[in-house]
Design a protein around this ligand. Structure first.
Ligand SMILES: NC(=O)c1ccc[n+]([C@@H]2O[C@H](COP(=O)([O-])OP(=O)(O)OC[C@H]3O[C@@H](n4cnc5c(N)ncnc54)[C@H](O)[C@@H]3O)[C@@H](O)[C@H]2O)c1
Length: 343
């Protein structure tokens, strides 16, 4: 049985808590034993709604040892790993402290605020010989996994182009409104668009260059709307857009459309459709489990069986941050091409 501590019980932390409850119910040998949140009203089941329906509304917190300070939790608890769902500006600090205490770490995306912090996290994992994985849940999301397989195996030949989008209601639920403070979250570009940056990095590798146009709408929040072109040697046309000021009844949406030499794949409104150029369209049979469940189970299994983290390696997650920084630089310079080099 592996013992886990969860740090951060906001919108995403609750999503993770639900996964641990489910894994326990299923008899998977993982047990959440401790939870830390600076805002102890969370332990009285006082939550604000997020943009996706990920968490339950009521929990029995008497089952866990509770903390309001993560240094204290890391000092007192003997844990196999910690699951970090803190605001982004705290990812590097909490991750490095836990690794230095000899615990493995699963940390939410984005990895950190900049590549320097990512590098320090990687070095701490290496120095302590501990596993580190960033919660890039789309790498575990069945529709995106299917796309990855088609790209890798060239089932419809080479990729000609692709479009990725996510966006929706402005996130107004966060602790002290950190999500809408550029210096704490990096804005929609680093917080939300990062999912598509990471997907593009995972599918196609780092681009040669990027060009981004961005727009700030909410004072102090960084880029709230972004649109990026990713340039690759083979000329495929890749674009990603994000917008977190789509209010009213919009809700939340994530979608993609990838065009191959011999067909295309479209994901919209939660449905994946494959359109071969010379055959009938079809909707593949996919796992009904979401990416959060699959990601946490993957990490817990890696700790349990001491197997390597291969799906979302820390270096690849750092590359995603490097791409995001290049996009920010481009947006700050009216869409100028910014070239990239591997770390
Ligand atoms: N993978 C995804 O799809 C996804 C979706 C949403 C958020 N996230 C990520 O999850 C992380 C958390 O985001 P969120 O939306 O849950 O934010 P949130 O503000 O709802 O939750 C953060 C929690 O951390 C707590 N906290 C803040 N400072 C703390 C400290 N010093 N010590 C202990 N607890 C502290 C807050 O009280 C809050 O409960 C971010 O990195 C975000 O990017 C990922």
């Amino acid at each position: 049985m592996i013992k886990v501590g969860l740090i951060g019980l906001g919108f995403m932390g609750r999503g993770h808590l639900d996964v641990y409850l489910r894994l326990e119910e299923e008899g998977f040998p993982v047990k959440l034993v401790a939870i830390c949140d600076i805002d102890t009203t969370k332990f009285q089941n006082k939550f604000l709604p997020g943009n996706l329906d990920v968490g339950n509304q009521k929990y029995d917190f008497s089952r866990y040892r509770l903390y309001s300070n993560y240094d204290e939790m890391l000092e007192k608890e003997q844990l196999d790993y910690v699951d970090i769902a803190l605001p982004t500006y705290l990812h590097a600090d909490a991750t490095i402290k836990a690794l230095n205490k000899g615990m493995h770490v699963l940390c939410e995306k984005p990895m950190a605020m900049n590549p320097r912090e990512c590098q320090a996290m990687i070095e701490a994992a290496e120095k302590n010989n501990r596993k580190l994985m960033i919660g890039h849940c789309l790498r575990f999301w069945p529709a995106y996994e299917y796309l990855k397989e088609v790209v890798e195996e060239e089932k419809f030949g080479k990729v000609l182009g692709g479009y990725f989008f996510r966006g929706g209601t402005t996130p107004k639920w966060s602790y002290e409104n950190w999500l809408l403070r550029k210096e704490k979250s990096g804005g929609a570009l680093l917080d939300q668009h990062i999912h598509d940056i990471d997907t593009i990095n995972w599918l196609f590798g780092m681009p040669e260059a990027v060009s981004t146009v961005g727009r700030n709408v909410i004072e102090g929040s960084g880029y709230d709307i972004v649109s990026t072109h990713y340039f690759y040697k083979d000329g495929k046309v890749i674009t990603a857009e994000d917008d977190w000021v789509l209010n009213g009844d919009f809700g939340f949406d994530m979608r993609f459309r990838v065009n191959f030499e011999k067909g295309n794949i479209v994901y919209e409104k939660g449905v994946l459709k494959v359109n071969p150029n010379d055959g009938e369209s079809f909707t593949p049979e996919l796992s009904t489990d979401n990416g959060y469940y699959r990601e946490i189970k993957y990490f817990a299994s890696a700790v349990l069986n001491d197997t390597p983290i291969e799906v979302a390696t820390p270096v690849s997650s750092m590359e995603t941050i490097i791409i995001a920084m290049a996009e920010m630089e481009s947006a700050d310079n009216c869409g100028k091409h910014v070239t990239l080099s591997k770390p």
